[in-house]
Design a protein around this ligand. Structure first.
Ligand SMILES: NC(=O)c1ccc[n+]([C@@H]2O[C@H](COP(=O)([O-])OP(=O)(O)OC[C@H]3O[C@@H](n4cnc5c(N)ncnc54)[C@H](OP(=O)(O)O)[C@@H]3O)[C@@H](O)[C@H]2O)c1
Length: 312
């Protein structure tokens, strides 16, 4: 049986010689500056070494502050953590990519990124307004740029050496295929919603075949109830193996070959979400047989994020 310490140490190799990504990641989609700082500090202290950020979360400064303080206090080197952030939809024009990347680095207080993702495949009207809308409240899209053009600018960031790996988020297999085919630097990571109600089996198979790391967000169904945390199959397995439903969902995600992001907001939850151990094969099979299908985040349909706290 693989114990929690092995899960914590587990890392996925990234293509293009871009190093390794710890499979257990901490997500920073957290409303409020104080909560961001305390949750990031607690996650680092509990043992998380992979931090997922985004320009869109409007808290890169706070995450950077908490990380710098935590690294210094605990004598952890920058190279020992893995930091990701994401290019927002209003910065898809190639000439806006490098400035957006530099602005994120500046807010995070870092001099390189382990991973930079295109947050969604949707280009919004270019500019500093993250959520451009017309008088009727409809999103203003930018039809003047293709995802491939944005990808070209992402590749140039890797050439500078200040961005180790690049990838895509909220993308379907159909949208990923043409990028993967024509890219000079292939996507290293794909970040999408995935849990037993949305297993994304086809995309996962493609990623495994092509050595693209599959990074699952919302592995607990974003904590929404009813949802996977309360699924009778999950709660029965949890009781049987002496783990919590969250630990069962996270172990399933890792054992099927994905990395994951979770957002524990307290120190106790951070420790719980790292303290996972191997599930027996029959438990994995039972979870794979769950028939319920549900997507919790509609961002893939419009590019407009489902979970972003407004006004933060
Ligand atoms: N690319 C994208 O478009 C996208 C979209 C969404 C998210 N993400 C990234 O993915 C990260 C994770 O997504 P997520 O927040 O949806 O993940 P999640 O872990 O599925 O959901 C987080 C929710 O689960 C609850 N939770 C955490 N640990 C728990 C536990 N041990 N037991 C019971 N409930 C628990 C939290 O509640 P409490 O707060 O009460 O602890 C929180 O409300 C985000 O922070 C972000 O970095 C990316």
């Amino acid at each position: 049986m693989i114990e929690s310490s092995d899960f914590r140490a587990k890392r996925m190799p990234l293509n293009h010689g871009a190093g390794h990504m710890p499979v257990l990641g901490f997500g920073t989609l957290i409303p409020g500056a104080a909560a961001t700082i305390s949750a990031t500090r607690d996650a680092l202290e509990a043992g998380f070494r992979h931090f997922d950020c985004a320009e869109r979360y409007r808290n890169e400064r706070e995450v950077g502050e908490a990380l710098r303080a935590g690294l210094a206090a605990r004598g952890i080197a920058r190279e020992d953590i893995f930091v990701t952030t994401k290019l927002w939809n209003s910065n898809h024009r190639p000439e806006r990519v490098k400035p957006a990347f530099e602005a994120s680095l500046d807010r995070l207080g870092l001099d390189y990124l382990d991973l930079y993702l295109i947050h969604t495949p949707f280009a919004f009207q270019p500019g500093d307004e993250q959520d451009p809308r017309d008088q009727n409240g409809n999103i203003l899209y930018d039809r003047g740029v293709t995802l491939l053009e944005t990808w070209g600018a992402m590749e140039s960031l890797v050439d500078t050496g200040r961005c180790r790996a690049i990838g895509l988020s909220d993308i379907s297999l159909n949208e990923l295929l043409p990028i993967h085919e024509s890219a000079r630097i292939k996507p290293a990571v794909v970040q999408v919603e995935a849990h037993p109600y949305l297993p994304e089996t086809e995309l996962l198979a493609f990623c495994k075949e092509k050595d693209v790391a599959f990074l699952a967000f919302a592995p607990l169904g974003h904590g929404i109830r009813p949802g996977p945390l309360e699924d009778p199959v999950i709660t029965a397995i949890a009781a049987r193996v002496g783990k919590t439903p969250a630990q069962v969902l996270l172990a399933w995600a890792v054992q099927r070959g994905t990395a994951l992001l979770t957002t524990p907001r307290t120190a106790a939850r951070a420790r719980e979400n790292l303290n996972i151990s191997t599930l027996p094969e029959d438990a994995l099979d039972e979870i794979n047989r769950i028939q319920t299908r549900q997507r919790f985040n509609e961002v893939v349909k419009t590019g407009s994020p489902g979970f972003i706290p407004q006004g933060s």
